[in-house]
Design a protein around this ligand. Structure first.
Ligand SMILES: Cc1cc2nc3c(=O)[nH]c(=O)nc-3n(C[C@H](O)[C@H](O)[C@H](O)COP(=O)(O)OP(=O)(O)OC[C@H]3O[C@@H](n4cnc5c(N)ncnc54)[C@H](O)[C@@H]3O)c2cc1C
Length: 398
């Protein structure tokens, strides 16, 4: 989609491009394109460059460390970082708990946690889901019981992304077992180094260690770490989920993904012609591109609403559904391009394996694990079926 930018916006775009060209860590270049697994250090190296520049949390209010960019500038930023294949930043601090803390937190919580999220000093994880409470999140059973000026927490969380690296976690805990499900929950910040916390890995289909189970046994947490009122944590939880879903749409990254598919398909052969010359394949790429353009317009409307002071509402559910489906279709096309070179590989099958790709390149060897990994996109952040329920209720009034 061609958007006409003002001269000021074009100057901003040039500034962003120059900054990325000069400052994006050399060791990260190409890693994402090749589907490499990224380490904690990888994530933090780009985070820290941006923190130093003051660009790590463009959406935050300026008083808490945001950039004060206009909606167009934020759009340019996400386009340019995706275009340059910059790795995404971990969302748990920046786009999840950060906004909850500056919206609902005490002055002390803001002063302590927000600068540490910006600097990358604290790595956060999200303790919402439980074995018996995923879609039906309000059914959660992890208990926090008051004991003087502490809560004592017992329970189990699951699917906790990157908890193996986490310094802090934001946990939904039941503080009133007698109240209606949504009314007895509190939003509590937990130091992941506290005694009584055990993080156990879950290895996913593609061979990655990305998610975990987290067990909490008699974990003592100061009451001062509760955000907002006791038993009113559901308000924070819903606010956070709406922010999470907008980010999940990943429009700019998907645009980069299509460009990458086009590049590969222009050189990979299908018989004696380029794959992109195959009308069946070209049609699939074109259909994907059209759907992505439609999604981009929807995202721009949401951003314009935000600029006018409207927080993300039920439209974030539509963005999540379409964005996640497109991400999956991108990995399906990549796997199709890889053909049998994508078949036998497993992420992390050997140190330095990217240096010795088999077939057309490392991207093909990574195609299967990346495809398997992307099955998550229609599940996490609230499954797409649940998003359809939200649209039916909130948008269609059914
Ligand atoms: C890779 C990955 C990372 C994740 N990271 C985190 C994390 O960091 N922190 C965290 O707290 N959680 C995380 N999650 C958990 C995620 O939010 C849940 O998996 C999701 O909400 C679905 O819950 P569930 O797995 O319990 O499935 P269930 O709720 O058991 O759902 C099973 C199936 O039934 C369908 N279904 C359920 N209820 C309805 C309904 N009412 N109407 C129609 N269909 C329905 C669902 O759509 C799904 O297809 C992660 C999940 C994945 C896959």
């Amino acid at each position: 989609m061609d958007i006409e930018f003002s001269p000021e916006d074009l100057a901003f775009r040039d500034e962003v491009r120059a900054f990325i060209a000069e400052n994006y860590p050399k060791e990260l270049r190409g890693k994402q394109d090749e589907g490499d697994e990224l380490s904690k250090e990888d994530f933090l190296s780009w985070h820290k460059v941006l923190a130093k520049k003051g660009w790590v949390a463009p959406a935050w209010p300026v008083e808490y460390g945001g950039t004060g960019w206009t909606v167009t500038q934020r759009f340019i930023w996400s386009e340019e970082t995706a275009r340059a294949d910059c790795i995404r930043l971990m969302p748990f601090g920046l786009t999840m708990v950060g906004p909850v803390i500056y919206t609902f937190g005490t002055p002390e919580q803001k002063a302590h946690f927000l600068p540490r999220i910006l600097s990358g000093e604290d790595w956060w994880c999200q303790g919402y889901s439980e074995p018996g409470a995923g879609s039906d999140l309000a059914n959660l059973r992890t208990r926090a019981v008051r004991d003087g000026d502490h809560y004592v927490i017992n329970g189990q969380k699951t699917w906790t992304t990157m908890a193996q690296h986490a310094d802090w976690g934001f946990f939904l805990c039941r503080t009133d077992p007698d109240a209606k499900a949504q009314e007895g929950i509190s939003f509590i910040l937990v130091d992941m180094k506290s005694p009584g916390i055990e993080v156990r890995p879950i290895i996913t289909l593609g061979g990655e260690h990305e998610v975990n189970e987290v067990f909490l046994e008699d974990v003592r947490v100061p009451v001062a770490n509760r955000v907002f009122e006791e038993n009113k944590g559901w308000t924070c939880a819903k606010f956070l989920l709406a922010h999470e879903r907008v980010g999940i749409a990943g429009v700019a990254a998907s645009k980069r993904g299509i460009e990458r598919i086009r590049q590969i398909a222009a050189t990979e052969l299908d018989g004696d012609k380029a794959l992109l010359a195959n009308p069946f394949f070209r049609r699939k790429v074109a259909e994907l591109e059209m759907d992505l353009t439609a999604l981009e317009f929807t995202e721009l409307r949401t951003l314009a609403g935000e600029a006018a002071g409207k927080g993300p509402g039920p439209e974030s559910s539509a963005l999540k559904i379409k964005g996640s489906e497109i991400q999956q279709r991108l990995t399906e096309l990549t796997l199709e391009m890889a053909g049998h070179y994508g078949a036998p590989y497993f992420r992390g099958f050997g140190e330095g394996d990217n240096e010795h790709p088999i077939g057309p390149g490392a991207w093909a060897n990574r195609a299967a694990p990346t495809y398997f990994n992307a099955r998550k996109t229609t599940i996490y952040g609230g499954s797409n079926e649940i998003q359809r329920n939200i649209i039916a209720k909130m948008v269609l009034g059914l």
